[in-house]
Write a protein that binds this ligand. Sequence first.
Ligand SMILES: [Zn+2]
Length: 311
Amino acid sequence: MDTIYGALEWRALRITGHAAAQHIPLKYSEAGTAGPRATLVAGTHGDEGPWSALAIKMLCLLPANDLVGRLRVIFTANALAAEVERRNSWIDSPNAIDLDGVFPGNQEGSHTERLAAALAPLIADSDVVIDLHGGGTWCINAFVKRFAGSEQLAADLGAPFIREAPDKRGGLTTYARSLGIKVVNVEVGGRSSREMYWTERNVAGLKRALHNCGVLALDTPPAPADTAVDVGPTTPLRAKVGGIFVPTLREDAVGTIVPGGAEMGKILDLHTLAELQIFTAPFARTAMMLMRPQICTVEGSALVYVVAAPV
Ligand SMILES: [Zn+2]
């Protein structure tokens, strides 16, 4: 069977990099030439990338005939960050630069600013942009950020929670919005024993979203997504001091609502194992949007949870 993946035409841009490699490739690919133009991006944050990239690849195993628009995919937007499983690459000395904070980039700037400048035209030349983040190496999450004009697109992606998102200065989605492009930011999945469950849920969401915006024409139209729970402003919960984090709620809690006061996890003193901090659900109905699913050592101020109240 001819697949969309097999029909992808690959291109590579050369971004000035470190001395040894001289240039780092930014590879992207396209299939289809007519109809609505969708661009799927994964891995602007390197530690979040592989799960979303895999979801896009699985989407691309659909028959080539299902594609009726133009599909552009960028599996790994920030390769240097991805290879070290970090949010940002190490190369922008002296300070790390968030690729998702420097759009539309600068062709004369540092590596990451040049990378944004190379990505910007690929975003601009789109009717729909789906920016896939997600949990990743240290957290799992379960929500989609929607913006004015992208409500249906966000709903179609089928995440447990949806939140209205403020524009992020220099963000990829902010840049896309400034051009009138329909855009959403997907924050679903991450490293855990359920990582394929969330990846497959993202694949189903991408199929539904791309079918409903006319980029795919599937023989059997996807069923509507379960209605996502709308949540209000998000609350980050951080470690007051560093130590050993031990989750009480485990990975199956992400994407669920837990009752107020429920113990979510605790931080123990690294040296004495004394309890330093107990995290409890702060809202009468607490939406578990992001969490650390595993025992780990955290620094003081480390982000441990993102929660919100349903509206
Ligand atoms: Zn991210």
